[in-house]
Design a protein around this ligand. Structure first.
Ligand code: ATR
Length: 281
């Protein structure tokens, strides 16, 4: 193996559905790097041993996906974002230490930056649907970017209250029935629930009350255009989808492992979009 050869992987169980190898493989080819990015299927009971041997296996770092994000957090030195979310999805070595972060946070905010530059300058309040792991990353990203008030709507109110308890007064737990009032004149709506995914229930929300320059984001990427995003586009609002977030969350790992900050381009989006749309439902 030549000196400069570097390899990283995505670790999950199962892993066949992951788009990360296609995404990182595209960048490796595009920049002509002597690098590799592989998928590793690792059972939960084998994950700790896999991580302990990550370097010995020839890896300079890894992405981690379901069901290993919590274990990756516990078995590494997390940064502030990973600590805030309580889960890690990107690992790398630094001075012999295995460090970790959660790039869903910046993946989400970078997708908003791409869809609606300067969104944060005009967004003082936001409405976030969903208080699971994705909702936590979204809420933390909004707080990082200075959003002062985040109405967090969740079916199970206790989960929204737990996020409010750890993130402070900016987070206001709310219920679905509060939505019409919360969306009136609203600047930003984010769906961080699984509603809208193929085979899941649909989101049926009236967006007519949102401000004319509002932004609507959806973490779902199968389908690429959920009914929520279709409605937002019909109103002429800026939108970001789950694929935008997936592409942007991958940038940091690639840069950490391979030393080059990759670009999220329309060509890359189209490649992944065609793969998602062509996959069996
Ligand atoms: P993730 O880590 O991707 O966020 P999760 O932790 O399972 O996944 O969270 C899924 C989110 O979708 C939660 O906010 C969940 O609401 P609950 O916390 O009440 O379970 C939300 N969700 C899923 N199905 C839903 C449904 N039919 N109606 C309302 N909310 C739903």
């Amino acid at each position: 193996m030549p000196e400069e050869h570097r390899a990283a992987c995505v670790v999950g169980y199962p892993i066949a559905h992951s788009r990360s190898p296609m995404l990182h493989g595209y960048w490796i080819d595009r920049y002509g790097l002597d690098a590799a990015y592989r998928a590793e299927e690792v059972r939960p009971e084998d994950f700790a041993a896999f991580l302990a041997n990550l370097s010995a296996r020839g890896y300079v770092g890894a992405n981690v996906t379901i069901p290993h994000k919590d274990a990756a957090f516990r078995l590494s030195e997390p940064d502030q974002r990973a600590r805030a979310v309580g889960a890690a999805n990107t690992l790398w070595f630094e001075g012999g230490l295995l460090r970790s972060t959660n790039t869903d946070v910046e993946g989400f905010t970078a997708s908003l930056d791409a869809a609606a530059p300067n969104w944060d300058k005009r967004t003082h309040e936001a409405v976030v649907l969903g208080a699971g792991g994705a909702g936590r990353a979204v809420v933390y990203g909004l707080i990082e970017r200075g959003v002062e008030c985040i109405h967090l709507v969740n079916r199970t109110r206790a989960k929204a209250e737990a996020i409010a308890a750890s993130f402070g007064l900016a987070v206001r737990p709310a219920d679905w029935r509060d939505l019409p009032r919360l969306l009136d004149g609203g600047a930003l709506l984010v769906n961080a629930t699984s509603l809208g995914m193929s085979h899941a229930g649909q989101l049926d929300i009236d967006l007519s009350g949102l401000a004319d320059d509002a932004v609507v984001a959806d973490i779902v990427y199968v389908p690429l255009t959920t009914s929520l995003l279709a409605q937002a586009r019909r109103r002429g609002l800026a939108t970001a989808n789950g694929l935008d977030m997936l592409l942007h969350q991958a940038v940091r790992g690639f840069e950490l492992w391979f030393g080059r900050k990759p670009e999220v381009t329309q060509e890359l989006y189209d490649l992944l979009a065609a793969d998602i749309e062509g996959a069996p439902a």
